[in-house]
Design a protein around this ligand. Structure first.
Ligand SMILES: [Zn+2]
Length: 142
């Protein structure tokens, strides 16, 4: 295995589908933080062939729904005092609030700052979500 500084406390996002690591890194704006972060790409994996990994040396709140939306193969490992504390598998969220905007240009959520878009999952194959306000279907794309 590739030897990279192991972290003492923080979060390791493991089993990221190859190619999604950089997208998640950018979405979480990890290029702008002042604590150590590592992005590993194309790491050999028994289960997946190849995978991406992100290590974050800080206890930050990560939105599991958001990660599940981008890539539902991710495992979130919480590291405490150099040991694995908790392991969580992300899932495609059934309900989403405010993570993306409604496809319908006339939808109230697109021009009223006080109304956050809310969606319900209608198809996990295409990541299609139905807007709670206008019922329009939006397909989520990274
Ligand atoms: Zn809408």
């Amino acid at each position: 295995m590739l030897e990279v500084t192991s972290i003492k406390k923080g979060i390791v996002l493991d089993h990221i589908t190859v190619g999604n690591g950089l997208k998640i890194f950018n979405k979480l704006m990890l290029d702008q933080v002042d604590y150590p972060v590592v992005l590993l790409m194309n790491v050999p994996s028994k289960a997946m062939g190849r995978k991406d990994i992100i290590k974050i040396e800080n206890n930050i709140d990560i939105d599991l729904a958001f990660l599940g939306l981008i890539d539902d193969s991710i495992t979130v490992n919480i590291i405490k005092e150099g040991k694995l504390g908790q392991k969580k598998k992300v899932e495609i969220p059934k309900n989403v609030k405010g993570l993306f905007s409604c496809h319908n240009p006339r939808c109230i959520t697109n021009f009223d700052d006080y109304v956050k878009p809310e969606f319900e999952l209608v198809s996990s194959d295409t990541l299609s979500y139905q807007c709670e306000y206008c019922e329009e279907i939006t397909e989520y794309k990274i």
